[in-house]
Design a protein around this ligand. Structure first.
Ligand SMILES: [Zn+2]
Length: 441
């Protein structure tokens, strides 16, 4: 594929039929972190399309539901056809009601903000329980509370509503039918106490509470097919999560976006390339470079080396010495020049000494920038991908810094690209000393 330029038109002899759909949208294609995007939608590569479809198909939302959600997050040529095929082959999806604007909503104009008017209703007995359903009229945000059959009195309803009001505030209006739990003195009192205006739907005309009615049908449909393996409660949560992020046909927006004024993160966000993915990739690449670099460093018994020094405040970080023995593949016995004491060092704490080698005494700033990991005090490890730099544990003072690159004034160019650090990883306020050049005496 052209990264730089599309042709102005496709000639009739153009052979690559699979690229034709992309030509149509060529001006809207972008590349982000190596992923191809059409607007905000990730273009899923062929190999991953089946996975994306199966995510989409969870909770059996039917053809329109799947298409609305897919349009929000990803695309590939003939995506709608792929969805249609799945739906034709799935009993549960086939039974999802077609979306018709049958519900007469004129009686209830859409409020201008969330949680101003809510519609409540009961569904069931269904799946061995009663289901108390609350829909916000502005956003279509649903709440469902499972109740035991026979335990749907006013006080049960009040308990459920009080929980919601504690989260979202008191609704201004509440629409219900004439069920006894809603017509009781207790419920009327509770509504008055919370400043809620209680409105009743016309008797024998359930359509006038169409918001809740319609949702009940959708809910039942979803629960019928799913939930057998994982249990009804998990199934309910999955349905709600899914419903809340799917653009609603009446508003064309996801209930969550209107209700929460943000898009909650979901499984579908994982299809979108993020800077974090790119950073993790860069990190893994660093590690590969790093491993390679480490292996290429040929240490041997008898070699003159620079040894990472941990003793004495005023002593340099690197001292001259020699390898006198090998312990395993990466640990070495070393001696500082002119001393008898034997130290144990990891390969990463040694450098082959050359005549041109100089010793950077305190080069914190440089090191912090260039090492693949900063000192342990700087990092919240829980936020990092697990990358183990050291193969063997150290016996003697654990390394706080691991050298990857030669010092700035060395002849060798740095072998490792600068790692990309997310800014949040810098937790410590440790003062960083400016680089200080070593001057031999
Ligand atoms: Zn299905």
């Amino acid at each position: 594929m052209h990264r730089t330029r599309w042709p102005d038109h496709l000639s009739s002899g153009f052979k690559q039929d699979d690229l034709r759909p992309f030509f149509r949208i060529r001006h809207e294609l972008t590349v982000l972190h190596d992923c191809l995007l059409w607007g905000q939608r990730t273009i899923i590569p062929t190999a991953l399309r089946a996975k994306a479809l199966s995510q989409l198909h969870k909770t059996h939302p039917g053809k329109n539901g799947m298409q609305r959600l897919a349009r929000r997050y990803f695309w590939w040529p003939k995506l709608d056809e792929s969805i249609a095929t799945i739906v034709t082959e799935c009993d549960a999806c086939c039974q999802v009601l077609p979306e018709t604007p049958a519900v007469p909503l004129s009686q209830w104009p859409r409020p201008d903000r969330p949680w101003k008017r809510i519609h409540v209703d009961f569904a069931g007995p269904f799946k061995g329980a009663m289901w108390f359903i609350v829909i916000d009229a502005h956003s279509r945000w649903p709440e469902i509370v499972k109740m035991a059959i026979g335990q749907t009195t006013s006080s049960h309803v009040i308990q459920a509503l009080a929980t919601m009001f504690s989260r979202y505030g008191f609704a201004e209006e509440l629409v219900s039918d004439n069920g006894t739990q809603f017509t009781s003195q207790e419920f009327a009192q509770w509504c008055r106490a919370h400043g809620v205006k209680h409105l009743f739907t016309a008797p024998y005309h359930p359509q006038s509470n169409g918001l809740a009615e319609r949702f009940v049908a959708t809910f039942k449909q979803a629960m019928l097919k799913s939930g057998e393996e994982e249990g009804i409660d998990i199934c309910l949560l999955k349905f709600l999560q899914r419903y809340r992020i799917t653009p609603h046909p009446a508003t064309d927006e996801a209930p969550a976006e209107l209700f929460l004024k943000r898009t909650p993160r979901s499984q579908f966000d994982l299809f979108f390339p993020t800077a974090m993915h790119a950073m993790e990739k860069a990190r893994m690449k660093d590690k590969l470079h790093f491993d390679k670099g480490t292996k290429e460093k040929k240490l041997f018994v008898g070699a003159d080396v620079l040894i990472r020094n941990y003793k004495g405040k005023d002593k340099p970080r690197w001292v001259r010495g020699a390898i006198i023995g090998q312990k395993g593949t990466v640990n070495w016995e070393v001696k500082e020049k002119g001393r008898e004491e034997i130290w144990m060092r990891h390969s990463n704490q040694l450098r082959l000494a050359k005549s041109t080698d100089s010793i950077d005494v305190e080069n914190d700033a440089y090191e912090t920038l260039n090492s693949p990991t900063t000192s342990s005090a700087d990092i919240d490890y829980s936020t990092l991908p697990a990358i183990h730099l050291n193969e063997d544990p150290f016996e003697e003072p654990p390394p706080t810094q691991i050298e990857v690159n030669p010092p700035e004034d060395s002849n060798e160019p740095p072998s490792t690209p600068l790692p990309v650090e997310p800014p949040t990883l810098r937790r410590s306020a440790r003062a960083r000393r400016p680089p200080q050049a070593y001057s031999p005496e």
